[in-house]
Design a protein. Structure first.
Ligand SMILES: Nc1ncnc2c1ncn2[C@@H]1O[C@H](COP(=O)(O)OP(=O)(O)OP(=O)(O)O)[C@@H](O)[C@H]1O
Length: 348
């Protein structure tokens, strides 16, 4: 299942020319306000007719020079920032509404109600639901329209932090259980970190890069697009065992790390986030440090104050002042040690 997009459109303030592929899983459209994210998803959904291009879903053409399917014909489920439920209908009637004429809809209904744990809410009206419950209902309703693509336009933006935390596991479950491409528009790096597998970075109507989140985060040229403080790696680890003092020994491609506050069983996989400004470099093996995690690395790329390191087959970034880059004579190919001051675990 995949979505293929190539489109051009001109507005007085925007010259849009985007090309990307969204495979199954969550593809985040990420970029500053006004870069053309909504225009892109409106064109994909059939709410806007672009000047030219081709949009296809699993090889089925939704738009090209000779085709322009209506929004209903496209089979796209839409989840907006505000849930947009029918206020006079119960949750159950809201959920059943898009599938009221579809055969086998009953079977899907039971499955989706179970997946999103909507059972206890079925007889309630939207006005009695929390923001998170409303969004869960909106997601269920979008799925019950039997979509081939789910478009989520900042679905958490209107929720407070507590509600966001409540709904995030449902979005992760959706990503893992529903074999659909999900296009997810967001300004939030934490959301993108937790949910996205693919990221389409946009700026001024163009796609500046489309690829895996891990590659973007460890690329010294692209990582700053997510925000200056967000540059840094996302690496894979596995909890090997626990030390008597409770610290976890975590195996990564770059070596073993000792981490605090890990509460999963030995054998569990973890996604580790290591921010570039939490990494210090040394040309020689440091001694007498309080930092527990010092891994051998080699420099692969330098851009601005960001040094990209190879640790086994993982890539990591260190943020270093130009003065230190010069003093340490860092350049591609140089071996060094990465002193990692702090690591956080990205859930799921
Ligand atoms: N209907 C329209 N008519 C004229 N210009 C428009 C229209 N819709 C969008 N634009 C122009 O396209 C630009 C991009 O808008 P768009 O909503 O796609 O950006 P965005 O990346 O989704 O922004 P945000 O993150 O703020 O929602 C706008 O700044 C505006 O100049």
């Amino acid at each position: 299942m995949s979505l293929s997009v190539a489109l051009r459109h001109a507005f007085p303030g925007l010259d849009l020319d985007v090309v990307f592929e969204a495979p199954s899983g969550v593809t985040a459209l990420f970029g500053p306000s006004g870069c053309g994210k909504s225009t892109t998803i409106n064109a994909i959904s059939g709410l806007l007719r672009p000047d030219s291009g081709r949009i296809a879903l699993d090889g089925r053409v939704l738009f090209d020079s000779g085709t322009n399917l209506s929004p209903q014909e496209r089979r796209i489920g839409y989840v907006f920032q505000d849930a947009r439920l029918f206020p006079h209908m119960t949750v159950e009637r809201n959920l059943r509404y898009p599938s009221r004429w579809r055969r086998n809809a009953g079977r899907d209904f039971d499955r989706i109600v179970k997946m999103l744990a909507l059972g206890p809410l079925l007889h309630r009206r939207p006005s009695t639901l929390s923001g998170g419950e409303k969004q869960r209902t909106a997601i269920g309703r979008a799925l019950l329209s039997d979509p081939a693509l789910l478009v989520m336009d900042e679905p958490l933006a209107a929720l407070d932090e507590g509600r966001k935390a409540e709904i995030m596991p449902w979005l992760e479950r959706l990503r893992d259980e529903v074999r659909l491409p999900i296009l997810y528009v967001s300004h939030s790096v934490p959301e993108v970190l937790r949910l996205a597998t693919t990221v389409v970075l946009m700026r001024k109507g163009r796609v500046i890069h489309a690829g895996s989140l891990r590659d973007i985060l460890a690329d010294p040229l692209l990582a700053p697009e997510l925000g200056a403080r967000e540059a840094g790696a996302l690496i894979q680890g596995r909890v090997d065992s626990y030390e008597p003092d409770g610290m976890a020994r975590v195996t990564t491609a770059g070596g073993t790390m000792l981490l605090q506050d890990i509460h999963v069983p030995a054998g569990s996989d973890l996604k580790l986030r290591i921010l570039a400004h939490e990494v210090i470099l040394s040309r020689t093996a440091p001694e007498g440090l309080s930092a527990l995690n010092v891994l051998p690395a080699s420099v692969t790329q330098i851009s601005g104050g960001l040094v990209q390191l190879a640790l086994g087959n993982e890539r990591m970034l260190a943020q270093i002042t130009p003065r230190s880059i010069e003093a340490l004579e860092l350049k591609p190919g140089i071996s060094c040690f990465a002193i990692i001051k702090s690591v956080s675990v990205v859930h799921s």
